[in-house]
Design a protein around this ligand. Structure first.
Ligand code: NAD
Length: 456
């Protein structure tokens, strides 16, 4: 088949390459000329583990279109993976989607039977809206083709995107028609039943079992995506609130997480307390579904509380720091980690953005290191004066405190004794509970985790 992918961001490229690996011809389209120029040179404009190698390996089956004048109208499936950023009122900006859908309609080849597949995260009801937009466009051109719009939300995690695409846990398909369902079944069949097709750079997750393709209505598929993200964010906010209580009472949230995670109804994942969640999806999607619920006159009080607890958690980190370093004006604060999680350079809604901004506003000097995200952080915060360091150890030089905001593996083992001697103060604030507090206190640090009482 010939598959068109519209939007060459994390989702478009990571999911689009699957179709090339499975033997289809894929045309990737983006309106960002720089993005396409970079891709044509064989490079991926952002870091996602393994993506550049796999795209290079399958380049014979992939082409890149810079805008709609280069679009191949002959595609069987048009996959839409454009961004849906939040607007000030919380609702997602659907103008990129609308532009893409209308362009598909304008380039529709009569009788071709193109299927439009929605990968972007879209509020409930958008599938029907897209259907209408397309029909209007076709009618305007005097075409009477059947329009098939399938909702196929994406659940990949940045940093593990390819693993999640080639080894998905489930595939959600929201369709109105049998035709849409059978096309999606055919497309995904290799992942459902065939031999392992994943490129060699990927490792099959331990205990992996074939996914189920769950067919439902479009509005259910759309809501599944929001409910999944809200639930995951809620788990973390829940643990963060318990961490705050545990800390006040001299308990350790790590043991509490272990203890509750042993219950299979709860499970051990997503129970890590810390500085709070971030990234391009959780906050945006929570705001979007809260906006939808309000429009519908329905309360999503747990989602609201999840967001509020997350906002507070970022302040709690600052309050902790303040207790140890009362005068932030002129203080030197080392920050380890800027990306919203390890394995990505993405800083969208990362806790580091709020925390570093607050530190600067309080007059602190910030020296920061991240193995990947210093460029993206600087680009996203051009007004913030931050001294970016060449390596993690440099963040300790003359610092009154060092904050860990992203648990990159390189921060796990540092020459602790040497670094202590280079600091002015002694506080290590472990915002991800990634360090061994007891052994650090033996090196002369004051260690503070999140929800761990006072260690040492
Ligand atoms: P992104 O910002 O990385 O990429 C979006 C791309 O779409 C950009 O390259 C942009 O230039 C392009 N674009 C915008 N309008 C266009 C148009 N009219 N025509 C052609 N190209 C256009 O976004 P992303 O992180 O890949 O997310 C895309 C969607 O997938 C969002 O709805 C997001 O919520 C959802 N999603 C993201 C993730 C994730 O981890 N990033 C996971 C699951 C779902």
């Amino acid at each position: 088949m010939k598959i068109g992918v519209i939007g060459c961001g994390y989702v478009g490229l990571s999911t689009g390459v699957l179709w090339a690996v499975l033997g289809h011809d894929v045309v990737f389209l983006d309106e960002d000329e720089r993005q396409i120029a970079t891709l044509r040179q064989g490079e991926v404009p952002f870091y996602e583990r393994g993506l550049q190698e796999v795209l290079a390996r399958y380049r014979a089956r992939t082409t890149y279109a810079c805008g709609w004048s280069e679009w191949d109208a002959d595609v069987d499936v048009a996959i839409i993976a454009v961004g849906t950023p939040a607007q000030p009122d919380g609702s997602p900006n659907l103008s990129y989607l609308q532009a893409a859908v209308q362009a598909v309609g304008d380039h529709w080849q009569a009788g071709r039977g193109t299927v439009v597949l929605l990968k972007s995260t879209l509020p409930p009801g958008t599938n029907a809206l897209v259907h209408r937009w397309l029909q209007e466009r076709l009618q305007f051109r005097g075409l009477s083709d059947q329009v098939t719009v399938v909702s196929n939300p994406e659940f990949l995690r940045e940093g593990d995107a390819l693993t999640d695409v080639f080894y998905p846990q489930r595939i959600i398909v929201g369709v109105q028609s049998r035709a849409g369902e059978s096309l999606l079944r055919d497309l995904y069949r290799p992942l459902l039943t065939g031999p392992d097709t994943a490129p060699a750079v990927l490792q099959r997750p331990p205990g992996y079992t074939r996914p189920e393709l769950f067919v439902t209505t479009p509005i259910n598929a759309e809501l599944i995506k929001y409910a999944a993200n809200a639930f995951l964010a809620m788990k973390i906010s829940f643990m963060n609130e318990f961490a705050n209580l545990a800390e006040r009472m001299g308990a350790d949230i790590l043991d509490i997480a272990t203890g509750i995670g042993m219950d299979s109804r709860i499970g051990p994942q997503f129970l890590q307390a810390g500085v709070g969640w971030g990234g391009s999806c959780f906050g945006k999607d929570a705001a979007a579904i809260l906006h939808t619920a309000e429009e519908q006159g329905v309360q999503l009080s747990l989602v609201q509380a999840t967001v509020e607890a997350n906002d507070r958690q970022r302040q709690i980190v600052l309050e902790k720091l303040h207790r140890h370093v009362p005068a932030l004006q002129g203080a030197v604060i080392g920050v380890l980690g800027l990306s919203f999680k390890p394995g990505t350079e993405d800083v969208r809604d990362a806790p580091s953005q709020t925390i570093v901004r607050a530190l600067r506003a309080a007059g602190a000097q910030v020296q920061a290191y991240d193995p990947m995200a210093m460029r993206t952080f600087a680009e996203a915060n051009p007004d913030l004066a931050v001294a970016y360091t060449a390596q993690a150890a440099d963040c300790f030089a003359g610092a009154d405190a060092v904050l860990l905001l992203t648990e990159w593996p390189v921060f796990a083992e540092l020459p602790w004794a040497d670094l202590r001697a280079h600091m002015r103060g002694d506080l290590l604030l472990d915002g991800r509970n990634a360090w061994q507090g007891l052994s650090l206190s033996q090196h002369g640090y004051v260690y503070e985790g999140m929800g761990r009482g006072k260690i040492g």
